[in-house]
Design a protein around this ligand. Structure first.
Ligand SMILES: Nc1nc2c(ncn2[C@@H]2O[C@H](COP(=O)(O)OP(=O)(O)OP(=O)(O)O)[C@@H](O)[C@H]2O)c(=O)[nH]1
Length: 625
């Protein structure tokens, strides 16, 4: 058995806070956080080498397949300083692995609030990237001590000296203080663990005060119900306590309390500074909200801890079950996912074309994709998602304000002003691509705010850009125009008044609400032409002719026609082999599963997100790339 949890002085509930180190690893995407976390699990002995697998903490299938971290994870590991000052000093480390993608920044900030220190990991072959900066600023805002670390020093292309200079320039200090490691080979990782114990401060809290614990994550588990992850700030929560949620005053029996190391391990209690989980048996996911403070019913604390800001959804899309009878299941699944994900927002809506569904708010497109994929896989739902849009604010001439999360709600009367959200974007790029980046940003209605040289060959460009212009394919375009070298980070700032119009799409003469989009006036014509052409390619021929029209108000700006055909799958099947015929018909039925009847027209799922792909709204007509 690996030495999972130390008993005695290091047992949960009786660990001296002085010995605890709560830290997280922050980095740009793919700089190797999960790999480094794996090595730490191995070196501290909490995972038996025989059970080790890559990305141990990425538990969701989607995370493992895509090689990305979506949810934060907190693991308790024992460590004793091996070399140098204070050799032999033992500590309990709580490591929080965080996601790197810009959509999941809110997970990072939640994790940071539960830590005293941050390991800032930088790929020694890549150097500082946009999210390195964004995460560093978040860590500094949270008053965390930062240890700069260069990873992947085993790579032949690694340039640790060069990037140590860059890092030292950024956070101050001596380039020699950047720790060099390889998460892959494990080189330098024991020294890093020693430094974590030496450099990070222990948590501070009042052990004698009434208990207060902060919920930093909450997960619905099919077998165990709601599992709540907490960090104890003051006092102590023990297995026999009845806990109270301070925001709702609801009291719950504790069924289990424990720590993750790296699987759930039951404990008697959690004390000051400790990180662990609680299971209360609550079934309703909304009863255990991230950011809430937990106290003990018999001796409740008076003041709640400063919670987290609820992340604001940036992108909205409609989610509809293909089979209308799945609607209640979709609602239940969303309820459950919402517990894990404070950023997911949803409201029932009805579409003329798609029936009953939900208008859902997401942080970005990756977030949308992941939620959709989880709904389909984990809850067995077949879904259609409509083209995503940002939130607009329209003021009518009568002074009425309308918040538009769905283009079909766009007011038809006289509009005085429409506002759209804008972001402050930071692009880091090698010198050679500055022109290409500027051209892209200008084409997306960007305004240059400033430009700085981080080093002789690396430039930071700051732009204000409409959110609607960057959520779809901006990142892909940026990557392809800079051969993959530029990186992007953005944060919402304010809104700006813009000249926007609603483009409607009519199928067979009928406007299809799910296809409506709000676009800039200068791009409306190209948008209409592109979408109509795309739909012509995506919608299979039907038994009658189907005109597709794009219109602004009553003015048609583009038209395409899908010619009629009768697709007889049995035509090639001569003779009377009935089983073969049946197979073909079955196959055809399979293909139809993802079709939705819109009026009399069968429309495939892909058509509803056609607006996403790269050539739409980019000012280019199809085929003229
Ligand atoms: N050569 C080398 N490759 C590494 C090292 N660390 C990580 N990698 C590789 O870099 C890639 C990204 O590593 P991950 O650990 O998944 O990166 P991450 O930062 O956790 O990524 P996200 O979870 O998506 O933010 C993988 O292909 C790893 O095998 C290292 O020290 N040396």
């Amino acid at each position: 058995m690996p030495p999972t949890l130390d008993s005695g002085a290091n047992a949960p509930g009786s660990t001296d806070p002085e010995r605890i180190r709560n830290f997280c690893i922050i980095a740009h995407i793919d700089h190797g956080k999960s790999t480094l976390a794996d090595r730490m699990l191995q070196l501290t002995g909490v995972v038996d080498p025989r059970q080790m697998r890559a990305q141990y903490l990425d538990r969701m299938d989607i995370e493992r397949e895509r090689g990305i971290t979506i949810k934060s994870q907190a693991v308790r590991m024992p460590w004793t300083i091996r070399e140098g000052d204070r050799t032999g000093e033992s500590a309990v480390l709580n490591m929080i692995d965080t996601p790197g993608h810009v959509d999941f920044t809110y997970e990072v900030s939640r994790s940071l609030a539960a830590c005293e220190g941050a390991v800032l990991l930088v790929d020694a072959a890549q150097g500082i990237e946009a999210q390195t900066l964004a995460n560093l600023y978040l860590a500094l805002e949270n008053d965390l001590h930062v240890i700069p670390v260069l990873n992947k020093i085993d790579l032949p292309a690694a340039q640790p000296e060069k990037y140590a200079e860059e890092l030292a320039h950024l956070i101050g200090g001596d380039p020699a203080d950047c720790i060099r490691v390889s998460g892959k080979t494990g080189e330098g990782v024991p020294y890093l663990l020693d430094e974590i114990v030496r450099q990070f401060k222990p948590p501070v809290g009042d052990a004698a005060a009434p208990a207060r614990a902060m919920i930093f994550d909450s997960v619905y588990d099919v077998y165990r119900g709601v599992v709540t992850y907490v960090r104890v700030i003051d006092g102590r929560i023990s297995a026999r306590d009845r806990i109270k949620m301070m925001s709702t005053a609801a009291v719950h029996e504790l069924l289990e309390i424990g720590v993750i190391s790296p699987e759930m391990v039951k404990a008697d209690a959690l004390g000051v500074g400790e990180v662990g989980y609680l299971i209360t048996g609550v079934k309703d996911v909304r009863q255990s909200r991230v950011g809430d403070t937990i106290t003990i019913n018999t001796r409740p604390a008076k003041e709640v801890l400063g919670g987290y800001k609820d992340p604001k959804p940036m992108v909205y899309s409609g989610l509809y079950p293909i089979d209308g009878s799945d609607y209640p299941n979709l609602r239940e699944a969303l309820d459950k996912l919402k517990l894990n994900d404070a950023a997911l927002d949803y409201e029932p809506e009805t579409s003329g074309a798609l029936g009953f569904g939900f208008r859902c708010g997401f942080l970005g497109l990756l977030h949308l994709e992941i939620i959709r994929e989880r709904l389909e896989r984990e809850y067995n739902l077949d879904l259609i998602s409509t083209a995503p849009n940002v939130v607009y604010r329209a003021i009518t001439e009568d002074g009425e304000e309308i918040v538009v999360t769905n283009p079909s709600e766009y007011p038809t009367g006289k509009i005085a002003e429409v506002y759209e959200p804008v972001v402050r974007a930071t692009v880091l790029t090698p010198n050679d691509y500055v022109g290409a980046v500027m051209e892209l940003c200008q084409g997306r209605r960007g305004t240059l705010l400033g430009m700085d040289y981080l080093s002789a060959d690396r430039v930071e460009l700051r732009y204000t850009l409409p959110l609607a212009e960057i959520i779809f394919d901006f990142f892909d375009q940026l990557k392809s125009r800079t051969k993959g070298y530029a990186s992007l980070d953005y944060e919402p700032t304010t809104e700006q008044a813009s000249d926007l119009v609603k483009v409607d799409i009519l199928l067979h003469g009928e406007p299809v609400d799910a296809f409506s989009a709000i676009v800039h006036k200068d791009k409306a014509y190209n948008y209409g032409v592109t979408i109509a052409a795309k739909l012509r390619n995506l919608i299979p021929r039907q038994q009658f002719e189907v005109p597709i029209q794009a219109a602004i108000g009553s003015r048609v700006i583009a038209r395409e026609t899908i010619r009629a055909i009768r697709k007889d799958v049995l035509a090639k099947c001569y003779g009377g082999d009935i089983s073969r015929k049946r197979k073909l018909l079955e196959k055809q039925k399979e293909g139809k599963k993802r079709m939705k009847m819109v009026g009399r027209v069968e429309v495939p799922q892909e058509a509803f997100i056609a607006a996403l792909s790269s050539d739409s709204g980019d000012g280019k007509a199809p085929g003229k790339k």
